[in-house]
Design a protein around this ligand. Structure first.
Ligand code: ATP
Length: 864
């Protein structure tokens, strides 16, 4: 390993042939070819063939193979061929669907891949971290994930957490100075940063020395166990259900086999009965439907600006009972404009400053100098301040060049302050701006016009009053203070003291237009919206009231009050508290935990570097796509591409809808299967001939049933899901209501299937025709039943065409069925008897009746 820590910055820059403009496009291209992308080699991909072969491990497929053997033994070669073809088609479909689901997950991954700021062709650009190459100059700041290994070129209070590499949870301070040593442990390489660590404070500039598998993280990547969550709780519970069902089916098949033997049926026929029953009972499409619906759902969510990082969260979304949201930028527009300024003892409008006086002049200078933004980029709070100065013809660039920053302590949301040092007209001056509560105890003097004097208790009272007055109109307030320093120096926290108060700047950040409606929807859906903000209590409450989050009688809690409470006390208060103000990221964890101890599933937003633990703790951690730090995105389970609260509500609605759709698909598949099982059992007990050939049931289960099941999974939201309470996460998917519906609808269809059978069987006991009619009624009745399972409301309420996929699925199934019934050439393969027009009409009629009955009952039940 090369020891870059013992080399000077210039030596390293030269070694990588990087200039102060960074790399140019051609150099980048060459280096990508030479070093590859900056990514860790993912575990080896399972080959398509292996995926295909794994489809044959299924219990169903084994049953089908047995069925094909029995068919062959009984001399029915066509049937054997059909079954084998079906097995292969099924395996191909399974493979395609597996690959599609992987693709959709991978595309989501790339949507949420971390970004980094790089100097290229002399300009600072934002790229996906994958595109970083050795020799790149990269800018890192609090909240970033370090994208690659690098030598520190510049450090401004840069603090990096390297716990993922060294296990040391304390942040390490990074400097650019050369370290004279031959060998050093990673933790001691204080002028190097390593891929995968988190920048917890300050900012820095680094030269990338290694990327991808060549980084320190890459070296240990092979040892790290990839914790991929491939299956969701729903999939696990359905798998378990499938296993239990299989066991039940085997037992049932054994019983039916024995009964038939006792009835004197031949062994082969009895076996055929048992196999038909097994094929009828196994819901082949179930697990693939769930995967498909979840995959389609996550795609839909990403179109709605909610990027889901794992499928598990889609399910949890549907259970969310509390949404704890940041205020600034999520509920509000994050478009700040200064409205009022309090300086020299009076409140003036944004354009009313008399900048010939010292106090007012300091307001303008501090606005620009104690500020990291430009007019376009940066924190909106700070952009607003630059814009304020512009109103007084201050050229912010010129001012920044004239009075360069000598030292700084960056803003952080725990301290709620920011300080910078400049030399102004020969005097070393320290500016500090931030929250009044943080600055008030540190004030010593006050400036009025051109005069500085000691601050009095009356002054403080007035400042507090003005602060409250600003906040009551929803303004976000920043306090300005400054002081002189004896000499140039690197400031630290101890220097933030003994200030001269300058003024208060109040800025408006209007609520997003959609917030109010989204809050209403939340409340209607039984979800509690909660505002958690670093802002002032009164500002927060005013905005919360405007949006509808705060209602009369609710509590508003402040961070300091929270600190005094025990967990038990907080648990008692939490349900009635709708606003938390002046909250630090650490408090968020306590709020989430308190809600969780009340049994609620809690979604929590966060954007800052310190929000990661709360995001991890929440059931759904939500990071901000635009303003969020990379660390918060890394910890979150969902990323809001538009930072918008209403997107969370949309995502919850979609999450509920996806779950409802999966449930409806299951209802559709299982009720159809129940009908088939009941028909088989009935005919066995009644001593009738084998009612269905396995090929019939395969045709239905694998062809005509799969499409409506998928179409049901794609049912759009009808708002029904918002009228319900959040789902209990422990509630099984097969609730009592669902099971009873499945049974009732199954019985209903089975009755008409048997009527169909008797029609065909007739007095002459034509078993072949009877079986054909039973098969056709079952198939068509299930196709019609697809419309019943779309949602709770009747089809009139839903609108026939509101889900065009369901119409298409029906149509395809209908054509396939009629093809089988009407094309004589394939009759033998599908084991159907030729039918007359009359029979066909009877089939249509019988198949439609269960759906008419179900629709009428729905109409009356869900009329409201
Ligand atoms: P949230 O996004 O969580 O709703 P917020 O963005 O209002 O809250 P913070 O950014 O932590 O919360 O701001 C908290 C307080 O810190 C503000 O009310 C303001 O007084 C002060 N503050 C915010 N930004 C700056 C800044 N750039 N410089 C100095 N002080 C700031």
């Amino acid at each position: 390993m090369k020891n870059y820590f013992s080399k000077s910055k210039e030596e390293v820059l030269q070694e990588f042939q990087t200039t102060k403009n960074g790399l140019n496009s051609q150099e980048v291209e060459e280096r990508v070819k030479k070093y590859g992308k900056n990514q860790l080699n993912e575990e080896e991909k399972v080959s398509t063939l292996a995926v295909f072969l794994s489809q044959f491990k299924d219990f169903l497929v084994i049953i089908l193979i047995i069925a094909s053997i029995i068919s062959a033994i009984s001399g029915n070669i066509e049937s054997t061929i059909v079954i084998l073809v079906v097995i292969i088609i099924n395996a191909i479909l399974g493979t395609v669907q597996h690959i599609k689901a992987e693709e959709s997950i991978n595309s989501l991954k790339s949507l949420s891949s971390p970004k980094t700021k790089v100097l290229r062709n002399g300009e600072k650009v934002e790229l996906s971290s994958e595109e970083v190459v050795p020799g790149d100059i990269v800018f890192i700041e609090a909240g970033d994930l370090v994208p690659a290994d690098g030598r520190v070129l510049d450090s401004f209070s840069l603090l990096v957490n390297e716990s993922s590499l060294t296990g040391e949870s304390e942040g390490v301070e990074k400097k650019s100075d050369v370290i004279e040593a031959d060998e050093l442990a990673l933790g001691d390489q204080k002028n190097m940063v390593f891929s995968g660590s988190l920048v917890s404070y300050g900012r820095g500039v680094i030269l990338v020395t290694a990327t991808g598998m060549n980084t320190e993280l890459g070296k240990i990547a092979k040892l790290l166990e990839a914790t991929k969550e491939k299956t969701t709780p729903l999939q696990v519970s359905l798998d378990n259900f499938g296993k239990k069902l299989s066991l039940g089916i085997i037992i049932l098949c054994g019983i039916i086999f024995a009964i038939n033997l006792l009835h004197g049926v031949k062994i082969l026929d009895s076996l055929m009965f048992a196999v038909a029953l097994a094929v009828a009972a196994i819901p082949e499409a179930l697990s693939s439907i769930v995967t498909i619906v979840l995959a389609i759902g996550t795609q839909k969510l990403s179109k709605e600006n909610a990027i889901i990082k794992n499928l598990k969260s889609v399910e949890a979304l549907g259970c969310v009972g509390v949404i704890c949201s940041d205020k600034t930028g999520t509920l509000t527009q994050n478009k700040m404009t200064v409205k009022k300024v309090y300086v020299s003892g009076r409140v003036v409008e944004d354009t009313g400053l008399d900048d010939t006086r010292l106090a007012e002049d300091i307001v303008l200078k501090e606005s620009v100098l104690c500020n990291d933004a430009t007019t376009e980029v940066g924190d909106p709070t700070e952009i607003a301040l630059i814009n304020l100065a512009k109103k007084y013809s201050v050229d912010y660039k010129e001012l920044k060049e004239k009075y360069p920053r000598i030292s700084e302590i960056p803003f952080d949301s725990d301290r709620k302050l920011m300080s910078t040092v400049h030399e102004i007209d020969g005097k070393i001056t320290m500016f500090t701006k931030g929250a009044l509560d943080s600055l008030l105890p540190k004030l010593k003097s006050i400036i009025h016009g051109n005069e500085i004097r000691a601050i009095t208790s009356e002054d403080i009272k007035e400042i507090e009053n003005i602060n409250t007055m600003f906040a009551e109109t929803g303004l976000r307030v920043l306090t300005y203070a400054y002081k002189g320093l004896e000499c140039e120096k690197d400031i630290c926290y101890e220097d933030e003291n003994g200030y001269i108060f300058v003024g208060l700047v109040g800025m408006i950040d209007p609520p997003r237009l959609e917030s109010k409606e989204a809050v209403e929807k939340c409340i209607m859906a039984g979800i509690k919206p909660v505002m958690i903000t670093g802002d002032h209590k009164v500002t927060a409450k005013t905005i919360a009231k405007e949006i509808g989050i705060y209602q009369d009688g609710d509590n508003v809690l402040e961070g300091v009050e929270l600190e005094k409470m025990s967990d038990e006390e907080l648990k008692e208060k939490v349900a009635h508290t709708s606003v938390y103000a002046r909250v630090s990221p650490e408090h968020k964890i306590r709020i989430v935990t308190a809600w969780q101890s009340l049994g609620k599933i809690c979604a929590m937003t966060g954007d800052g570097v310190n929000d990661a633990p709360a995001l991890k703790r929440a059931d759904i951690g939500i990071a901000m796509g635009i303003t969020g730090t990379e660390v918060s995105k890394d910890a979150a389970s969902m990323i809001l591409a538009d930072d918008n609260f209403s997107t969370i509500v949309k995502a919850v609605t979609t999450g509920r809808n996806i779950y409802a759709n999966i449930k409806n698909s299951i209802r559709f598949l299982l009720s159809g299967n129940t009908a088939a099982i009941l028909a088989v059992i009935y005919s066995s007990f009644a001593g009738l001939p084998v009612i269905f050939a396995p090929v019939h049931l395969l045709f239905i289960n694998l062809l005509t049933d799969s499409l409506p099941a998928i179409a049901i999974g794609m049912e759009p939201s009808h708002g029904e899901v918002l009228k319900e309470k959040p789902r209990d996460p422990k509630e099984p998917i097969l609730t009592k209501t669902l099971s009873s519906r499945i049974i009732i609808e199954g019985v209903l269809i089975a009755i008409f299937v048997m009527i169909g059978f008797y029609f065909g069987y007739g007095e002459i006991k034509d078993a072949f025709k009877g079986s054909t009619m039973a098969f056709a009624v079952l198939c068509l009745a299930r196709l019609f039943h697809g419309f019943n399972c779309r949602a709770n409301s009747s089809i009139i309420g839903l609108g026939f065409m509101s889900n065009p996929f369901s119409v298409l699925a029906f149509f395809i199934g209908f054509v396939l069925l009629n093809g089988v019934l009407l094309i004589p050439a394939i009759h033998k393969v599908f084991e159907v008897a030729p039918l007359e027009l009359n029979d066909i009409l009877i089939i249509y009629g019988l198949a439609l009746i269960p759906t008419i009955i179900i629709q009428i009952s729905k109409y009356f039940k869900y009329k409201r």
